[in-house]
Design a protein around this ligand. Structure first.
Ligand SMILES: [Zn+2]
Length: 465
């Protein structure tokens, strides 16, 4: 071949490639625009969230309300006439708060909430409180100082990290392991400062705790930050630190429950799955609006928007409403086990469990090539306020899909929707996590962002990684 021919061919090829890429990019950008238009003009997520919060309400695993949520999810998905809707049987723990929950300091009521999984007090319990700033301090103080006392974990969330999830992660050991550690040194109960950055908040923030197998189970409760401040001041001023505590929470036998699943079959690779989900259960306080009603309606809306646009996905797109994320993750673990047994090939799994706030991007739990692949979509998504595409944790429910025991596809791409995190812990696990605290537009942007990402994966994932 002559040099000029070679050059001409090269130029033609280059133009062809560039032209092809531009075509692709313009198809993608038009589709993403359409996705956002459907979500923002004819979105159904907000009404779905209202229904979940008001018609079902709080729905702790094992409770009759959680069962109602399963039926709610099944009925909602059935109305959309996706290719299939089904229930996946699982077994979940059933902890109940009971109807007695009080703490008084010198006769004054403190705002408290038993931690999920805690034992009750078996009548009223009164003891001196000792304040600590973490698990290590309990060990340092030792049995002499701890024996017979109520240990009060009062280390606040660090306000410096920009992601509040980082602050939460730096603090939550007190809530989860505080009772086990204090019990080892002879404490008779623990109180934990609520996991929130609000300084004078009146809502106690519950959440899960656990007992190590070998310890005496002692009661554990969260105090609102306002009550935590009151208690701390009382201890420091020498006004006294005698607290009376009474709770009748308990753990019942395990209960049968379900993950709720729907899918649209893929036209080219029906055996390859892209799963998207949130968790259907919530704590028993509030309405589980941000945590994780938002993730539920986000995920349902992905399939609905695709259908509304007559978009036929190449991969099978599956929505999973996971049960029992909050106190056991039996939904996530069982889902992954079933997937392994059926040898299902998940090429990607995405989760929304960080609230219904303005979306900022996605975490990618994977290797650097996977992160780079997702970052290649940045230009298409930046006009919609999505700029964050970094390596990070994807989500509790989907995590078991990527453990060694369950792994079918070692290249599975795990992602989490990342909304703005500044207000998430204002509401997290409280009576205040209600529908009225979710903004319609912010919720809808989350739906569109998740749908746009799944559209891009559906079109560009094959053979890429
Ligand atoms: Zn959650």
């Amino acid at each position: 071949m002559k040099l000029t021919t070679l050059i001409t061919t090269f130029i033609l090829l280059s133009v062809g490639v560039t032209f092809g890429q531009q075509n692709l990019a313009s198809t993608d950008s038009a589709m993403i625009r359409d996705i956002f238009d459907v979500a923002l003009v004819n979105g159904e997520s907000y009404e779905n969230l209202r229904s979940l919060c008001k018609d079902v309400g709080a729905r702790l695993s094992g409770s009759p309300e959680a069962e109602k949520a399963v039926r709610w999810g099944q009925a909602l998905l059935s109305t959309y006439e996706f290719d299939s809707v089904y229930l996946q049987k699982i077994t979940v723990p059933f902890w109940e708060r009971g109807d007695v929950e009080s703490a008084t300091l010198n006769g004054v009521e403190l705002e408290l909430s038993a931690l999920g999984g805690s034992v009750g007090t078996d009548g009223k319990l009164t003891a001196e409180v000792i304040e600590v700033d973490g698990l290590d301090e309990v060990a340092a103080l030792g049995k002499d100082k701890i024996q017979g006392k109520i240990v009060f974990y009062n280390r606040p969330m660090d306000p410096r990290p920009i992601s509040t999830f980082e602050s939460y992660g730096g603090c939550v050991d007190q809530r989860y392991a505080g009772a086990s550690i204090a019990s080892q040194y002879g404490a008779i109960a623990v109180l934990v400062r609520s996991m929130t950055l609000l300084e004078d908040d009146h809502f106690p923030h519950t959440g899960s705790m656990g007992y190590k197998p070998d310890v005496t189970k002692i009661p554990a409760a969260a105090l609102s930050t306002s009550s935590a401040n009151t208690l701390s001041e009382s201890i420091k001023s020498g006004k006294g630190a005698q607290v009376s505590l009474e709770m009748n929470c308990r753990t019942n036998p395990d209960v049968e429950s379900f993950n709720v699943i729907a899918e649209i079959k893929g036209s080219q690779h029906p055996e390859k799955l892209i799963a998207v989900g949130g968790h259907l259960d919530s704590w028993d306080l509030g309405e589980g609006a941000h945590d994780d009603g938002a993730g539920i309606v986000h995920s349902v809306e992905v399939l609905r928007i695709m259908k509304a646009l007559n978009y036929q996905p190449k991969h099978t797109i599956r929505v999973v409403l996971f049960m029992n994320e909050e106190n056991g993750n039996m939904g996530g673990k069982s889902y992954a086990r079933y997937a392994k047994e059926a040898n299902e090939n998940h090429v990607a799994a995405l989760e929304s469990d960080r609230g219904g706030f303005s979306p900022r991007g996605f975490t990618v739990k994977g290797d650097s090539n996977q992160v780079k692949f997702i970052q290649s979509f940045k230009q298409l998504l930046e006009p919609y306020g999505l700029h964050y595409f970094e390596n990070g944790y994807a989500g509790v429910d989907i995590s078991p899909l990527a453990t060694a025991d369950n792994m079918v596809n070692p290249k599975i791409l795990m992602m989490g929707l990342v909304p703005d995190s500044q207000r998430y812990f204002d509401f997290h696990h409280t009576d205040d996590d209600i529908f009225e605290n979710v903004n319609k537009r912010e919720l809808e942007l989350g739906c569109a962002s998740l749908t746009a990402m799944i559209y891009l994966l559906d079109n560009h994932l094959n053979g890429q990684l």
